[in-house]
Design a protein around this ligand. Structure first.
Ligand SMILES: *[C@@H]1O[C@H](CO)[C@@H](O)[C@H](O)[C@H]1NC(C)=O
Ligand SMILES: *[C@@H]1O[C@H](CO)[C@@H](O)[C@H](O)[C@H]1NC(C)=O
Length: 436
């Protein structure tokens, strides 16, 4: 046991001088080898293995990084999809808020109008305090009279929405445009529209396309104009035809067929006036009215005379409420168109609407509202201004009326390309005005 406990070195130390000598040589050789190694491998013998250890540790770390990255990219994707769905939800809610606001505005307007009428028609009363008085602009509607045209009454019951509808007159001369007209109305989702067909061809065409159509009972006068009449003559017919619609108690949005519908116009009406019309004006001044100063220098001190100017209302697109002044307007225009020669229905329509009473003349007192020129846009506004303006060209009009250009059909199609199909350069080929 003792021998085993003593190690061989111990035994060596206590042994002979020869053995001691061998031990010294061995130590010297060891030191020498150590020095050589230190010279050859200054970084140490285990460098490579220790660096591979570092690599291993790094690679473990990077694996951890990768799995962290993997986890976080999953998280990012999740957040992204969450964000997308929340954005969608926000947009949807915003739309609902907009719709509700619009409904609220409409209801408030109706309430205000009813109040106005109630006060105006009630017993005579004193004026209120400064700034609180308000005249009546929303006249009461007539009591519907079905007896004037029971057949039409039945059609309107089916077609109208909240006692309102779009009405267009058409004969075969405008068939191409009529098709673009109702295709866009359908696309927007408008249900309350009606074509008054002036000949068989158009009546059949509408029926084949599932478009609500109405054919009047034969009427010698009206029918010959309707079948053979040019643009202006047919345009004058509408004042006669519209009367029955108003008598039946319907608000009518009278529409030419050279119009592209991009939104539902019934969401954008004020309904506070007898006539609410789109304008031929091309900017705020010309559309909404301005003080045009006439200069006559020979008058010296009084050289300036102020005049009221406004570009005409477009008689091809207006909303007319079923009121007494509205029906009076239709009668007055129809009478003048049938008794005076060389008059243009649009000019007559405006003269009746705007000229006040004067000696020998009783003016019409219909209330009027000019529609927003960028929502109810004429083709001069579009081609001269809007298409060149980065901000205005982003707005989506409710309708575009190609009233200022004779090449109506190609321009209508270009308007559809631009606003519906998003083709940014669709309007570019056309000049601002027509080149005769
Ligand atoms: C035109 O009128 C609208 C509505 O009143 C207004 O918002 C807009 O700033 C006006 N534009 C110009 C150029 O005066
Ligand atoms: C468009 O609107 C922006 C912001 O209101 C305005 O800074 C810019 O001048 C407008 N551009 C044009 C061409 O009117």
């Amino acid at each position: 046991m003792a021998a085993r406990r003593d190690g061989p070195l111990m035994r060596g130390v206590t042994s002979t001088p020869f053995r001691r000598y061998r031990l010294v040589v061995a130590i010297a050789v060891g030191i020498l080898v150590g020095c050589v190694c230190a010279y050859l491998y200054p970084d140490g013998l285990f460098r490579s293995s220790s660096s591979s250890l570092r690599d291993t540790i790094a690679s473990v770390n990077s694996h951890q990084d990768a799995s962290v990255q993997c986890e976080s990219s999953e998280r990012v994707n999740m957040l992204k999809s969450e964000l997308a769905s929340l954005s969608e939800k926000t947009a949807e809610l915003k739309k609902q808020v907009r719709d509700l606001n619009m409904k609220l505005q409409l209801t408030e307007r109706k309430r205000d109008q009813a109040q106005e009428q109630f006060l105006a028609l009630g017993p005579q009363r004193k004026a209120g305090p400064f700034g609180t008085v308000k005249g009546l602009r929303t006249n009461p509607t007539v009591l519907p009279d079905e007896s004037v045209n029971p057949r039409l009454a039945k059609i309107l019951e089916d077609v109208a929405v909240q006692k309102e509808l779009i009405v267009a007159l058409a004969n075969s001369n405008v068939k191409d445009m009529l098709e673009v007209w109702f295709e866009n109305i359908k696309r927007v989702g408008i249900r309350n529209y009606l074509v008054v067909a002036l000949d068989d061809n158009i009546e059949d065409f509408c029926k084949s396309k599932d478009v609500p159509v109405y054919r009047r009972n034969p009427d010698q006068d009206v029918d010959s104009i309707g079948k053979l009449g040019g643009n202006h003559a047919v345009s004058g017919l509408k004042f006669r035809i519209l009367r029955e619609f108003l008598q039946l108690g319907y608000g009518v949005l009278l529409s030419d067929v050279d119009i592209v519908y991009l939104q539902n116009p019934f969401d954008h009406l004020f309904r506070d006036s007898d006539v609410e019309s789109m304008s031929d004006g091309h900017n705020n001044m010309t559309a909404y009215g301005f003080n045009d100063v006439f200069d006559e220098p020979s008058m010296g001190w009084a050289r300036y005379a102020h005049t009221m100017r406004i570009w005409v209302y477009n008689s091809g697109f207006f909303y007319i409420r079923p009121t007494i002044p509205s029906i009076e307007l239709l009668d007055r225009v129809a009478t003048r168109l049938s008794t005076q020669k060389n008059v243009w229905d649009q000019a007559v329509f405006n003269e009746e609407l705007f000229f006040p009473s004067h000696p020998g003349y009783d003016g019409l007192y219909a209330s009027r509202r000019t529609m927003d020129i960028y929502l109810f846009m004429n083709s001069k506004v579009l081609f001269k201004t809007v298409r060149k303006d980065a901000n205005l060209s982003k707005l989506k009009p409710v309708i575009v009326h190609v009233n200022y250009h004779p090449d109506k059909f190609p321009r209508m199609k270009a308007v559809v390309e631009f606003y519906v199909n998003g083709k940014q350069n669709a309007l570019d080929p056309f000049p601002d005005g027509s080149e005769w």
